[in-house]
Design a protein around this ligand. Structure first.
Ligand code: ZN
Length: 244
């Protein structure tokens, strides 16, 4: 079984199209979206439409929840909040109903999928590779062999084994070893923050026992022009070019 996992699209149509083309080219049996379909960028309605058609399973991100009034925006910075209000006025009723219907976590075939840490998906706790305490708490409640998260926009592969927790390099394909547990941050499609502006997606292949983080170049200058034309914060445009 080949599962393609994407996350944090944030209304970036150019990045989403590039990633879906790459998934088609590489090949997957089904796709899962880890949420934050909207927020920040100028094509929220398009991205919801595409995700509704293409991702077989989708969980809810904090931006998806906030734009439908499900959580307050107290924790959002000023740019995120401004973009969220802009997004709220651009989404159709159908799209809002779709976003509001998304579950915080799903389990499929021995894998768990959530936007944030799977041990508290509703509180949207961040999971970074250097936060050993959060990682170990997430692993301690991981009843499935593999858990997939997004939210930080920074990819990593963490493995729990007999000797503890290791962070594996994700610049090349990684073997899936029997008996170990994995927590994987699949990075972000629409706003990478690991100093690499290319869009990210993740392939988990249980037949070949291999997994791989893919990066896809796309023309973010088109997105930048749309951001400025829409009157969205220029900071959100600038960061796309830097991957921050
Ligand atoms: Zn996000």
């Amino acid at each position: 079984m080949r599962v393609a996992v994407i996350s944090d699209i944030h209304g970036n149509a150019e990045a989403l199209d590039a990633v879906l083309d790459d998934i088609d080219y590489v090949g997957a049996d089904f796709s899962v979206c880890l949420g934050d379909v909207v927020g920040y960028y100028p094509d929220p309605e398009y991205c919801v439409d595409v995700i509704r058609d293409r991702a077989v399973y989708t969980v809810c991100g904090n931006h998806d929840r906030a734009v439908t009034g499900g959580i307050p925006t107290d924790n959002f910075n000023e740019h995120a909040e401004a973009a969220l209000y802009w997004t709220e006025t651009r989404l159709s009723v159908e799209s809002k109903l779709f976003l509001a219907s998304l579950p915080p976590l799903i389990r499929i075939e021995g894998m768990v999928f959530a936007h944030a840490s799977p041990n508290s998906p509703e509180s949207f706790r961040y999971l970074f590779d250097n936060d050993r305490r959060a990682l170990s708490e997430a692993f301690s409640e991981l009843v499935c062999r593999a858990g997939f998260v997004g939210h930080t926009h920074c990819p990593f592969i963490a493995m729990r084994h007999d000797g503890g927790i290791s962070i594996l390099p994700h610049g090349k394909p990684v073997n899936i070893e029997d008996g170990n547990y994995y927590l994987i941050n699949v990075g972000s499609v629409g706003q990478p923050r690991d100093l690499d502006p290319r869009a990210a997606w993740f392939l988990f292949d249980t037949d070949a026992k291999r997994m791989e983080l893919f990066r896809v170049a796309y023309d973010w200058r088109i997105t930048q022009r749309k951001i400025i034309a829409a009157g969205l914060p220029t900071f959100l445009s600038d960061r796309l070019a830097k991957g921050i």
